[in-house]
Design a binder for this molecule. Sequence first.
Ligand code: SAH
Length: 339
Amino acid sequence: MDIMSLNINELTAFCKEQGLPVFRAKQLYEWMHKKLVSSVDEMSNIPKNIRDMLREDYVSLAVLERYISKLDGTNKFLFGLKDGNVVESVWMPYEHGNSVCISSQVGCRMGCRFCASAIGGLTRNLAPSEMLGQIYAIQRLTGERVSHVVVMGTGEPFDNYDNLIHFLHMISDEHGLNISQRNITVSTCGIVPKIYALAEEGLSITLAISLHAPTDEERKNLMPIANQYTIGELLEAAGDYFAKTKRRVTFEYSLVAGENDSEAHADKLAELLSGMSCHVNLIPINPIKERNFTHSDKKSIDNFKFVLEKNHINVTIRRGMGRDINAACGQLRKKYISG
Ligand code: SAH
C-alpha cells in the first residue's frame, strides 16, 4: 500500500478497512500533505501501534544528492525511490515565487533525439506519491514555500496520464499544499488524444506543447512522436484545449544550431501559429554529450524571437538556469546511473 497516493476519500476508505476511526484519515492526511513529515514517527498524535502498522506504507523520498548553483541559486536534487530507482527535480527561485520542476517517470520512451532522459528508455511510471514527494521534500529542505510547479522533468506526463491527473488534484487540494492550478504547467511532447482528454478534466492548468519544428518532416527528425501525430492535429487539439479551458497554450521550441533556428523556420512557425491564443517559449538547446547538437548563437536566437514578435506572437526566451550544476533535462540522473 502507498498511503500518500490516496486522496482524502480514498484514505478514509482505507482507514475504515483497517478498522481505524475515520478521524485518523484527516490526521494522517494533514501530516503527509500539509506538515510534510518525512516519516511516520513524526506523526505525534498517531498512536505508536498505528504508526508501526503504516510504517511500510508511507515512505518519503531519500535525498541522495543536492547541488546549489552559484550562478542563480537554482537547486538540483537527486531523489532515491523505495525500489532503488532515482529521479531528479529542480528548484528555481524567482521574483514571483519558487518553482519546482518535477519528473513524471523514471526514464522516458519518447526518444526525442536531443534529450538526455530518452537515453536508456522508460523504466517505470511514477506514482502520485512520488510526484508529490519531490515537491514536499524540496519544500522541507529549502524551508521555503513552493508556489509554482512545472511537470517538465524526466518523462512524458501524458504517458502516465491517470497518475498525473490524480497528482494534479492532490497538489492543488486546499487541504494539502494548495498550489494554485494557475501556477501549474504540464509539458507534453504532443500525445494528441491526451490533450483532448485533459481539456475535459476541469483543471485550470497551463498546457505546454513541445513543438521544436514548423514542419512535420523536420519535427520527425527530432521527435519520433511526430510520426504518430501531425502538427496540424496537434494545433487542432491545442485550439480545443484553449476553447474549453480558456488557458493560453505554450509552445516550446528548442533551438538547435543549423537544424531549426533559421529565419525561414521562424517565418514558418509564425505562419503556423498566427491567430492562435498562445505563447512561444524558446529554449536554447542544452547540448548533451551523447549527441552532437549545438547551441544556436545569440544572433540567431534574437532574430528568431524578433521574427515572431514582428508577427504579433507572444514569445519569451527561457533563461538557462543552473548551468553550473547539470540542471537540465535528465543530466544528473544519467550521470548517477552511469557512475
Ligand atoms: N516529455 C515532456 C516533458 C519533458 S521535457 C515534453 O516532451 O514536453 C521539457 C522540455 O525540455 C521539452 O520541451 C523538451 O523537448 C525540452 N528538452 C529536452 N531536452 C532538451 C535539451 N537538451 N535542450 C533543450 N530542451 C530540451
